[in-house]
Design a protein around this ligand. Structure first.
Ligand code: ADP
Ligand code: 5GP
Length: 199
């Protein structure tokens, strides 16, 4: 498949935040509400959570496979989000979603979102999800019961650094009361969809 993302006329939405802020919850709700959106399934080397499905939530790869794909230039961006844990956006995923005529939505870390913005500029809306506090973030991660204590600690340790990226993004969405955040997220996306983007 030819890689010709530069010339894409499609809008994209990148949702970013520290882990536990509510990205997945908000992205899933947006996708239910906007049928014209489809998720870019990232590749990762982290272990699969029990409820996750390979090829739906992520492509779960070994480190060897991930590095091989990096060498082959298959990623539009990739990051070592936590020490020795890699995540990346496959070019083939963006092309797959765009071939369906849909708007790509990404769930991505702060550095990855900055890179997507640099690549796609005004075509890509970047939304930063902000938790009420780091303490709330920790509680959300604990209540999610998907990571052990050590992994939760690593994620919380990184949150202050990630929060310092807030000003790099187009808009901040505070996720305190979930129902309010979901309404606001829909309003933000509707405004972006109504914009005429110069190509
Ligand atoms: P992320 O994808 O950013 O890591 P999740 O969407 O998985 O975050 O949310 C982390 C946990 O917090 C989940 O268990 C989710 O159900 C819960 N959660 C999300 N938003 C809120 C909120 N506003 N109030 C309370 N819990 C929330
Ligand atoms: P989780 O392990 O909780 O699913 O994700 C951990 C972090 O990795 C989150 O901040 C998530 O947004 C980020 N992430 C997921 N996919 C990608 C990707 O393709 N690229 C980058 N850079 N980060 C990603």
């Amino acid at each position: 498949m030819p890689y010709n993302l530069d010339k894409t006329e499609h809008k994209m939405i990148a949702v970013t935040a520290p882990s536990g802020a509510g990205k997945t919850t908000i992205v899933k709700s947006l996708m239910q509400y906007f049928p014209q959106m489809a998720f870019s399934i990232s590749a990762t080397t982290r272990p699969k959570r029990p409820h996750e499905v390979d090829g739906k939530d992520y492509f779960f790869l070994s480190q060897t496979e991930f590095k091989k794909r990096v060498e082959l230039g298959e990623f539009v961006e990739w990051e070592e989000v936590y020490p020795n844990v890699f995540y990346g956006t496959l070019k083939s995923e963006i092309l797959r979603v765009q071939a369906l005529g849909k708007v790509v939505i990404f769930d991505i870390d702060v550095k990855g979102a900055v890179n997507l913005k640099r690549e796609f500029r005004e075509k890509c809306l970047t939304i930063f999800i902000k938790p009420p506090s780091i303490d709330t973030l920790r509680k959300r991660l604990e209540n999610r019961h998907t990571e052990d204590d050590k992994t939760i600690q690593k994620r919380v340790d990184k949150a202050a650094f990630e929060l310092s990226y807030e000003n790099n993004f187009d808009i901040t969405l505070v996720n305190d009361v979930l129902e309010k955040a979901l309404i606001n997220s829909k309003n933000i996306v509707n405004s972006f969809f109504s914009l005429k983007i110069p190509i």
